[in-house]
Design a protein around this ligand. Structure first.
Ligand SMILES: Cc1cc2nc3c(=O)[nH]c(=O)nc-3n(C[C@H](O)[C@H](O)[C@H](O)COP(=O)(O)OP(=O)(O)OC[C@H]3O[C@@H](n4cnc5c(N)ncnc54)[C@H](O)[C@@H]3O)c2cc1C
Length: 333
C-alpha cells in the first residue's frame, strides 16, 4: 500500500492500494473507463478530508489538470481554470491581472477542483457568486459534461458534487470576474483591519491583504498544525428557534440566511468552555473553537471522542445538532 498520510492536512494515517495522477482532460478520458467499478477517492489539497479508516482499498485520483483561459467581454472576465491549480494562487493571480471578485476568498487552502464541491465561502462571499460553469467527468455517463452554476444546487457548504462524490470529477471551473472593483468589506472585521493597516477599502488587493491578516491571526497554519479548517457547519435554523435561543443567550451571534437564521457554531463551542479542550492528540483550537487540531499523535478514536463530546454538549445546552463540514472517509460516529 502507498503511504498517503502527507496528502491530507489533518495528517491521520492514510494508505491506499494505488494512486493515479491525472494531468489532462485527455488523460482522464483514457484512464477513467477502466476504473468504473474500482472504489475511488479524489484528493486535491487534502484540506477538507478526514480519513478515519487508515487503509483505502481503491485508487486515489489526483486531478492535477492545468488550464488558465481568460476571455474578456467589456468589463466581464470569464476565466476557465484547471482543477489542479492552487485556489489561493489563482485568487492572487486574478487580482494582479486586475480581475476582481475573489478578494474575500484569499488564503483558503486547497485546489480549484474542490472549490465548487462544498461551495467554498468566507467573509460574506461564496464560490457560487463567481462561478459560471463547471466541466466534469461523469463516471455514470463515462463522458465529459458541462453544468451551469444554476444546475449545481449550490448552498451553504453544499452542492450536488458533495452529494454525489462517486459520480463527478471536476476538470475545470469557469469563474466570472470583473475589471470593475466592487469590494465587499462589511463582513467580519475587514473594515477594522483595513483601518488598522492603513489600507484602501476600495482596492480589492488591499481587501485581500486584510482578509489574509485576519485569517493568519485567527486560524492555525495547516503546514504547522494539522487541521481542516472549520470542523462543523454553522447550524441554520428557523428564525423562531434562533429568537428563542437569543432570548436565553443574548450575546449569541446570529446572521440572517434567507428566511432562516444561521448561528455561529464556534460561539456555541466556546460558550461551553471547550476552547483548548484536548482528548489524546486532538484539541479544540485555542483561538478558533470551530477548528480541531492534531498535535501529530492524534488517532481517529481521539477525534471521534472529541467530536462526540462537542456534539453532545451543544445538543444538551442549546438543543442544536452540529453537522460535520469536511468529507469523512470512514465512520466518525
Ligand atoms: C486552515 C483552513 C482554513 C479553511 N478555510 C476555509 C474557508 O474559509 N472556507 C471554506 O469553504 N473552506 C475552508 N477550508 C476547507 C478547505 O480548504 C476547502 O474546502 C477547499 O476547497 C478544499 O480543497 P482541497 O483541494 O484541499 O480538497 P480535498 O480536501 O482534497 O477534497 C475535499 C472534497 O472534495 C473532493 N474533491 C477534491 N477535488 C475534486 C475534484 N477535482 N473533483 C471532484 N471532487 C473533488 C474530495 O473527494 C473531497 O470530498 C479551510 C481549510 C483549512 C485547513
Amino acid at each position: 500500500m502507498f503511504n498517503l498520510t502527507g496528502l491530507t492536512t489533518l495528517k491521520l494515517p492514510f494508505y491506499a492500494s494505488s494512486i493515479l495522477k491525472l494531468s489532462s482532460i485527455e488523460n482522464v478520458c483514457v484512464s477513467m473507463p477502466d476504473l468504473a467499478s474500482t472504489p475511488r477517492l479524489i484528493v486535491g489539497g487534502g484540506s477538507n478530508l478526514v480519513v478515519l479508516e487508515p487503509e483505502f482499498d481503491g485508487v486515489v485520483l489526483r486531478p492535477e489538470i492545468q488550464c488558465f483561459k481568460p476571455v474578456q467581454t467589456g468589463d466581464d472576465v470569464y476565466l476557465e481554470v484547471g482543477a489542479g491549480h492552487s485556489w489561493h494562487h489563482t485568487v492572487m493571480q486574478t487580482l494582479n491581472e486586475g480581475w476582481f471578485g475573489l478578494e474575500n476568498l484569499a488564503l483558503i487552502p486547497g485546489w480549484m477542483g474542490a472549490a465548487p464541491v462544498q461551495n467554498i465561502g468566507a467573509y460574506g462571499v461564496e464560490l457560487k457568486d463567481h462561478c459560471l460553469r463547471v466541466k466534469l467527468y461523469d463516471f455514470e455517463e463515462q463522458a465529459v459534461i458541462e453544468l451551469a452554476a444554476s444546475e449545481l444546487a449550490f448552498g451553504y457548504r453544499h452542492s450536488i458534487l458533495k452529494e454525489s462524490p462517486d459520480r463527478f470529477l471536476v476538470l475545470t471551473v469557469t469563474l466570472k470576474l470583473s475589471t470593475r472593483p466592487q469590494p465587499r468589506v462589511e463582513y467580519g472585521a475587514i473594515i477594522e483591519e483595513l483601518e488598522r493597516q492603513g489600507l484602501n477599502p476600495s482596492s480589492p488587493l488591499d481587501v485581500a491583504k486584510a482578509v489574509m491578516s485576519i485569517r493568519q491571526a485567527k486560524l492555525p497554519d495547516p503546514d504547522e498544525t494539522p487541521n481542516v479548517g472549520s470542523f462543523f457547519k454553522n447550524p441554520v435554523v428557523r428564525t423562531a428557534v434562533a429568537d428563542r435561543l437569543k432570548a436565553q443567550f443574548p450575546e449569541m451571534p446570529t446572521y440572517p440566511d434567507g428566511e432562516q437564521t444561521k448561528i455561529a457554531a464556534g460561539w456555541l463551542i466556546d460558550h461551553l468552555g471547550l476552547k483548548g479542550h484536548q482528548i489524546g492528540g486532538f484539541s479544540v483550537h485555542k483561538r478558533q473553537a470551530l477548528v480541531l487540531t492534531n498535535d501529530g499523535s492524534g488517532t481517529a478514536d481521539d477525534l471521534r471522542a472529541l467530536v462526540a463530546l462537542i456534539r453532545s454538549s451543544v445538543k444538551a445546552t442549546f438543543g442544536l445538532s452540529l453537522a460535520v463540514e469536511p468529507t469523512e472517509v470512514g465512520q466518525l460516529t
